[in-house]
Design a protein around this ligand. Structure first.
Ligand SMILES: Cc1ncc(COP(=O)(O)O)c(C=O)c1O
Length: 351
């Protein structure tokens, strides 16, 4: 019953096999190999656009380098206050961005509304050179609460950002989970809706360690290659990043893996709701949040269930529950088995 994170899994068999098969022989380093070229073409096909791609091994590197590339050091990057870039990246965006400023915004279910963005940005005008200047809006798709932004919401947010000269960055650590939930294409939820740069995640979805920074305007990616190298994130045996992505995208493997993770989250949510503990936010990807009595949390843990407990005061105004309750996060993945879900639900109903 491991629901701690989608990075507690192993590697999806298709990807592991591709790594083993690709281990034979030699290939040029630093991304100058045929597999890397093929992956670049494939990602371009998926997004129906000529894109510039930079593979890196971690989501933090992907987010931080993407933001550093679209924001000057005196820029402000707006994102939800609970966004991974603000809470879990140890200042990497600010570090690689040479001091850029992250500004956390409120919003239910870890989503920023167009109204909030517009209102906030209006406070960042007319005070030059004393104040940082709005440079980017970043949002996670799926969000850190497991909710998703629909194409019309992205379009509205991007319109505000662009009207203020800002770029739009999507943290797609769980891009596949969000995509398969929607009746929309990868293009429709990214560049067609106004996204300028995407951190396209494969790690949580089944890879060992592979993330792609995708620029939808090639010109905007000028010197990103140097930025990645300078940051120490250009892998010399780069083909192993590309092999992961190739297998991930091959035969819709990525969509299949994400669908499974989402179905497991849906089952978990339905079972817990039937047991009187409905999720606190809509389950739209592979994350389920429920409020539970602290005693029940302790009993679940001692029965071997693994999950994280969120600090009760970390989501101001979003979830209301008493001091004897905790908010717990349950994450499913491509590797979650239905039996584990059933066992957890049964146990939760008992405690
Ligand atoms: C929303 C989000 N973005 C990015 C990441 C990537 O982080 P890492 O640097 O651990 O790969 C994570 C991982 O937890 C995440 O949840």
């Amino acid at each position: 019953m491991n629901f701690a994170s989608d990075n507690t899994t192993g590697i999806a068999p298709e990807i592991l096999q591709a790594l083993v098969a690709g281990n034979d022989g030699f290939a040029l380093g630093y991304g100058n190999d045929d597999v890397t070229r093929a992956v670049e073409r494939r990602i371009g096909e998926i997004f129906e656009r000529d894109v510039a791609i930079f593979l890196v091994p971690t989501g933090t590197a992907s987010n931080a380098l993407a933001l550093a590339h679209v924001s000057p050091p005196w820029g402000a990057v707006f994102a939800h206050a609970e966004a991974h870039i603000l809470t879990d990246e140890c200042g990497a965006p600010e570090f690689f961005g040479a001091g850029l400023k992250l500004v956390g915004l409120p919003g239910v279910g870890c989503k920023v509304t167009p109204q909030t963005l517009a209102e906030t940005v209006s406070h960042y005008e007319g005070h030059s050179p004393h104040q940082v200047i709005p440079s980017a809006f970043s949002f996670a798709q799926a969000s850190e609460a497991g909710t998703i932004y629909r194409p019309d919401e992205i379009t509205a947010l991007a319109a505000i950002a662009h009207a203020h000269g800002m770029k739009v960055h999507m943290d797609g650590a769980r891009f596949a989970n969000a995509l398969v939930r929607m009746n929309a294409s990868p293009a429709e939820i990214t560049w067609k809706a106004g996204v300028d740069v995407l951190s396209f995640g494969a790690t949580k979805a089944g890879a060992l360690a592979a993330e792609a920074v995708v620029f939808f305007d090639r010109a905007a990616a000028a010197h990103m290659a140097e930025r990645r190298k300078r940051a120490g994130h250009l892998l010399s045996k780069h083909r192993f990043l590309s092999l992961q992505f190739e297998a991930f995208l091959n035969n819709d493997c990525w969509l299949r893996l994400a669908r499974h993770a989402n179905v497991m989250a849906d089952r978990l949510a339905a079972g817990l709701a039937a047991a009187g503990r409905p999720p606190v936010w809509p389950v739209e990807a592979n994350l389920v949040f429920i409020a539970l009595p602290k005693l029940a949390v302790a009993k679940l843990k001692s029965a071997g269930a693994q999950f994280y407990v969120r600090a009760s005061d970390s989501l101001p105004g979003q979830v209301k529950f008493g001091p004897d309750q905790s908010l717990i996060r349950l994450v499913t993945s491509f590797a979650t088995r239905p039996e584990e879900v059933e066992k957890f639900v049964e146990l939760a109903a008992k405690v």
